[in-house]
Design a protein around this ligand. Structure first.
Ligand SMILES: O=C(O)C(=O)C[C@]1(C(=O)O)C=C[C@@H](O)C=C1
Length: 309
């Protein structure tokens, strides 16, 4: 197994049709995401819960998570696929208990000053109420920086210690999406108001970084093809980057292009790659890299001929 994709055992939780904790990391919140998030806290309890859920349900058939403002909302959120205990309410034990008793999966956000132990204890409260479907969501700490600072080390520790899936709450800004996936996030939570671009950026991080760092064990052709598609997405990014760099070498070498081909260098790079691709080995890698290198040389020569560089 690669050094990057060390496997961490954890249980998966189903949010409606969406699996969190097995397969690719999921993206929650915002248009085009895998699941929607209805935040009743933002409305300070002024919008009836049933109405808010129904409004999203009218335009979205997939999974919906609801963050209640108080226990008063709970009888009205039966149509949801998961309930978020917001960071501000994490230590409201009455709310936690009541949410757990609904029998829906519970997403526990970490309070801004809560320790790992305090956070994990909330999951135990849910279990004590007979609900083991708990996802932990890192929502950041109050620090010297404005707003909250996401603690990805704590998120990772929570996953290792509890075996439960973990989410990273990115707010409206997907800048840390790649870091969160690399740190082992099973999902990225975006603010309900996050735009389409933020969702796309989070999904790109899930694909590209997930392909490199997240081990998947698909059990159907569909799931395996999804995983292959993510690896191909990462390969495409790397192939394009490689072609740009190889093009730069052609411009810098005394004799570039096919005329300056260095077969020794090509053999050495194949040998080095085979250390990380022992299954394919040198014999299978050699023709692959030959095609890759030749594509790069053709591109470089075409660009030179058309005066593009
Ligand atoms: O390293 C070089 O000299 C290159 O030109 C780059 C490169 C490559 O794509 O990696 C391309 C052609 C050479 O035969 C060897 C390697």
């Amino acid at each position: 197994m690669s050094l990057l994709t060390a496997h961490l055992e954890r249980g998966a939780v189903k949010l409606g049709t969406l699996t969190v904790g097995a397969g690719p990391a999921v993206v929650v919140g915002g248009p085009g995401a895998d699941a929607r998030w209805v935040n009743l806290r933002d409305h300070h309890g002024r919008v009836p819960a049933a109405e808010a859920v129904a409004a999203v349900r009218a335009e979205w058939a997939g999974p919906i998570l609801v963050e209640p403002f108080s226990t008063a909302d709970l009888p009205e959120i039966g149509g949801a696929d998961g309930v978020v205990v917001g960071a501000a309410w994490m230590q409201d034990f009455q709310l936690v208990r009541a949410v757990a008793r609904l029998g829906l999966p519970v997403i526990v956000q970490r309070g801004p000053a809560a320790t790992l132990e305090e956070w994990l204890a909330i999951a135990d409260y849910c279990v004590a109420e007979g609900n083991d479907q708990v996802v932990l969501c890192e929502s950041g700490s109050r620090t010297h920086l404005a707003g909250v600072t996401l603690d990805l080390a704590l998120m990772r520790a929570a996953r290792e210690k509890s075996g439960r899936p973990v989410l990273a709450d990115l707010g409206e800004d997907p800048a840390l999406a790649a870091a969160a996936v690399a740190a082992g996030a099973d999902g990225l939570l975006l603010a309900p108001g996050a735009g389409e671009r933020a969702v796309l950026a989070a999904q790109e991080a899930v694909k590209i970084v997930g392909a490199l760092t997240r081990r998947e064990t698909p059990d159907s052709v569909l799931a395996a093809r999804g995983a292959v598609d993510r690896v191909d997405a990462a390969l495409a990014v790397l192939l394009e980057r490689r072609a740009e760099l190889a093009g730069a070498i052609q411009r810098l070498k005394p004799v570039g292009g096919f005329a300056g081909r260095d077969m020794d260098r090509e053999r050495r790079l194949v040998t080095e790659m085979a250390r990380r691709a022992p299954g394919l080995g040198e014999v299978r890698l050699a023709p692959i890299m030959n095609a890759v290198i030749e594509a790069g040389l053709h591109l470089a020569e075409e660009r030179r001929a058309s005066g593009q560089d």
